[in-house]
Design a protein around this ligand. Structure first.
Ligand code: SF4
Ligand code: SF3
Length: 556
């Protein structure tokens, strides 16, 4: 196997024998085959769409398939094999759509698509998982199955693929709530299809920025879906302790799963706790109205084995990041949606959470109340706009000197303590905006206030990077300058492919001088990195001392 799609890549270069994330070589091969299948579908879907045909099956399969190959999502060979087989059916039906639409329009036979023929060739129905693994092993990142690549074109194609995976994850969440946009599917098909062709470095850089543009659109659609379904987030307290009694812990990003579970547990005497990226759910009116949404339990995803082991109730994981469940809680944990682990019970599309509820009741939960702090969340763009006058006034009067956006993923790399140290060292006249699971590095510290504005504002989940962008654009408008001229610095922590999509969105917006850590992506070649440095001023994080000096000047 070879995989270098996340920040934890082994030895800083890539995982070759087993993923640091827990992905084994068979799963890696199946994921490679699934990505190959997506490209095959996309080749026909993009041609069919050019002719005006709709391809709903391809839209769904590509969204699900790409999400399934994202880090810490699907570790289950059976489920991946099922997706691969479904993808084959969809590839064939999309090919038929293309050919029939062509014939109706032209009255002639549709020309074969060379790469697509290769992608579709030699497929034998009824292949076992072992057969599929053998097939996938020949289709890895370095296989050059669609022709020779240079170090730079491969780097850019992987950058684009990972951005598309992140986009697919956000699109999946929006689709669950009934929101999407056909133009987004069209772009995904075109982009995936173009990865099967030879392209110049310049063309691939443009395509990567286009991924950023469309990902921004997808995050906007998801923001709209969340706000229209659950109301607009409002600053809200989150209890970090626990209440006596049966309990369910809900992890991941899917607010609809949380809502359905809250509905199904009403009046049953079970308290629901958020975990990881679910924390900001507490700010949505239609979710916080449930009095049994009791609080948030545990830290970021990489602490889950310790946190889940200690949690005295059932656990439901709705999306990434999932780690290998320990035996101590293997019987208490359930997956739903895109996440899966072999032998962990999976709740299907019916979203009937009865097994989770029964498990929580059987386990009895917390024997007594647990004390805990209360923190704040819910500073999404609509909430911040309501206090925009105060913020602008505080900047003008010098009470707020600078804004730091310290956001992104958390993870195991010890260098991530940088983000805690940075947050602690930021002077009292600066505001810290944060989002995603990286906030667990400092969200329980007391940063105080500037006037009646909290110094630490939690904007929400990683997808709420859209909200952060809206806040930055509104500030830029108020001060009649560009985002790059604002007293705002972005210090980003990345881990998986959603962060790649967000980074591309920020670059598409022309945002410069982003500091990125804890390490740089292994998939970016030296030349591509140089392009990012020269064009966007991207820099790796340094020491807290040096970075603060560079941002605030020596008088800090
Ligand atoms: Fe390694 Fe990350 Fe790939 Fe997992 S997702 S195999 S940790 S590079
Ligand atoms: Fe976290 Fe996985 Fe990236 Fe949504 S849950 S930010 S790492």
């Amino acid at each position: 196997m070879f995989c270098y799609q996340c920040e934890e890549k082994a030895k800083g270069t890539g995982c070759t024998t087993r993923g640091v994330c827990g992905k084994d070589p068979d799963v890696a091969a199946l994921q490679d085959l699934l990505v190959f299948q997506m490209k095959g579908i996309a080749l026909y879907a993009s041609k069919a769409r050019e002719l005006g045909a709709e391809t709903p099956e391809a839209d769904t399969l590509i969204t699900e398939g790409l999400f399934a190959t994202t880090t810490n999502v699907n570790f289950d060979p059976e489920r991946l094999a099922d997706l691969i087989r479904r993808a084959q059916d969809v590839k064939e039906s999309t090919r038929r759509t293309y050919k029939e639409t062509y014939r109706k329009k032209d009255g002639d036979q549709a020309p074969e698509i060379k790469e697509a023929t290769a992608a579709a060739a030699q497929w034998k129905p009824g292949e076992t998982i072992k057969d599929l693994v053998a097939r996938g092993e020949k289709l890895g990142i370095k296989s050059e199955v669609f022709g020779p690549e240079t170090e730079d074109t491969r780097a850019l194609k992987e950058l684009i693929t990972y951005g598309l995976k992140g986009m697919a994850a956000y699109l999946h969440h929006a689709r669950v709530l009934g929101y999407d946009d056909r133009k987004v599917y069209g772009f995904m098909h075109e982009a995936l299809a173009s990865l099967t062709t030879q392209q110049s470095v310049d063309d691939l850089v443009s395509l990567a920025l286009k991924v950023g543009e469309v990902n921004l659109k997808v995050m906007e659609i998801l923001d709209q879906a969340h706000n229209e379904t659950f109301g607009s987030p409002e600053p809200s307290p989150v209890f970090l302790g626990a209440k006596k009694g049966p309990a369910i812990l809900v992890s991941g990003h899917d607010l609809m799963d949380l809502y359905l579970l809250l509905k199904q547990t009403e009046g049953k005497g079970i308290n629901i706790y958020t975990h990881g990226e679910m924390l900001p759910a507490r700010a949505y009116p239609e979710l916080k109205k449930f009095t049994h949404l009791a609080g948030n339990y545990g830290g970021a995803w990489q602490d889950q084995q310790k946190d889940f082991e200690a949690f005295p109730g059932a656990i439901l994981v709705t999306t990434n990041c999932l780690q290998k469940p320990r035996d101590s809680y293997k019987n208490n944990i359930f997956t739903t949606g895109p996440v899966a682990w072999p032998e962990v019970r999976h709740i299907g599309p019916s979203k009937d959470f009865t097994p989770v509820i029964e498990k929580a009741l059987e386990m009895k939960g917390f024997p007594e109340d647990l004390d805990g702090k209360t923190i704040l969340t819910g500073f999404a763009h609509r909430a911040v706009m309501k206090v925009a006058d105060k913020v602008i006034e505080a900047v003008k009067s010098g009470k707020i000197r600078h804004f730091f956006l310290i956001g992104g993923c958390d993870g195991r790399n010890p260098k991530r303590s940088y983000y805690t140290e940075l947050a602690k060292a930021i002077p009292d006249d600066c505001v810290i905006l944060t989002l995603a699971c990286g906030k667990y590095r400092f969200n329980n510290l007391d940063f105080g206030t500037i006037g009646d504005l909290p110094r630490l504002m939690d904007i929400g989940q990683c997808n709420d990077a859209y909200s952060a962008v809206q806040i930055a654009l509104a500030l830029a408008k108020a001060f009649d300058c560009s985002v790059n001229d604002l007293p705002l610095s972005l210090v980003i922590s990345w881990y998986e492919q959603k962060a790649v999509g967000i980074l591309l969105s920020l670059l598409y917006l022309g945002i410069k001088d982003i500091r990125l850590g804890p390490s740089l992506p292994a998939f970016v070649s030296p030349n591509v990195l140089q392009v990012l440095v020269d064009t966007f001023g991207i820099k790796p994080i340094s020491t807290v001392e040096e970075d603060l000096k560079a941002i605030l000047g020596s008088d800090r």
